[in-house]
Design a protein around this ligand. Sequence first.
Ligand code: GH3
Ligand code: MG
Ligand code: MG
Length: 305
Amino acid sequence: MAIPTVATSDLGRVHISAMLLLGAADVPLAIAALVMPWDRWSRRWLLCWPLWVMLSLAAAGRFAFADGAASLGGFFTLVFVYIGMTQSRWVSSAVLPIALPCWIATYGTLNRDLWLRLPVAVGIWVLIGETLATTQRQMRELTRGRAHDASTDQLTGLDNRRELGPKLAGLADGDALLLLDVDHFKTVNDRFGHAGGDKVLSDLGATIRTVIRPGDSAVRFGGEEMLLVLPGAHNGGALKVVRRLHDRWAQLQPGITFSAGIAVVSTNIPPQDALAAADASLYQAKRAGRDCWRFAADTGELALT
Ligand code: GH3
Ligand code: MG
Ligand code: MG
C-alpha cells in the first residue's frame, strides 16, 4: 500500500503517516521534559535532548519527506548551540559521529552538493559548541571563585559570619559549638605589630583547618574569636578537637594561648541557646585564668595543659 503523501510549496512531498508517527513519538518526550527533575541530575543527561532531536531530524529526512528535509538542516546548528551551553568541552566534537550521519539522512542522500557543505557545517558546529562550552566553563569557575570569596574570611581562610546563620539554624542534638578566643591578643599586637598579629590569626586559621573533620566547619566569629561547628561530636568529640588544636597550636606558637567555651546541643541546651552557652563558657574559661576551656553546664575545670 502506498504511503499517503501531500505536496507543500517549500518542503516537497511529505509522507503524512510518517510525519504523524514522528509527532506522536515527541509527545511522551515533551511530557518528560516538563516533569523530570533535570536540575538535580548530571548535566550529561541533558545530552539526550540534542541526540533525540538529531535522530528525529534524520528520521524526518528519511521517512517523512520524500526528497529529504533540506529545510530542517539548520536545526543542527541550534543543536550544537544547546550542546555548547549545557555540556563540557569536547562533547560537541564527540557527538560528531552521530551528528554527521543524521545530518546526511536529513538531507536524503550524500550528493556532491552535500559533500561541499559538509566541512563548513562541521566547522561551524564545532566552533560554536567548543566556544560556548569554554565560555560556560569560565563563567562557572568565576562564579565558584566569587562564591568562595564571598563566604571565606580572607585572613584566616575560615568561613566568614555570612555562613553562620544556616549553620546555627541546622544544629541538632549532639552537635557541639566550640568558641575560642586568643588570650591577651592586644599584647600580641603591641609586641609584634598588627602585621605580626595578622600572621598569628592566619596561622591559627590554618591550624584549625587541620584539626577539624571533613563534616565540621569553622567560622571567624570576630577579630580573634573563632567558632567551630562540630556536628554529632558530643562532649567526647569536642574534647578531642580542642585537645588536638591545643597541642598543635602550642607547637606552632608556644607563647600564645587561647581559651574556649564548648556547648553541646541537648535537652538542657536547645539549638537557639547553644551559641550563648558557648560564649558564657568561654567567659568562665577566661575568668578561670585563660589557656583552658569550659563545657556549658560543666562544674569542674578542665585545664588544657
Ligand atoms: P582576652 O584574653 O581577654 O581575650 O584579651 P584580648 O587582648 O585578646 O582582648 P580583646 O578580645 O579585647 O582584644 C582583641 C584584640 O584583637 C583587639 C583588636 O585590636 C585585635 N584584632 C581584632 N581583629 C584583628 C585583626 O584582624 N588583626 C589584628 N592584628 N588584630 C585584630
Ligand atoms: Mg576577643
Ligand atoms: Mg582575646
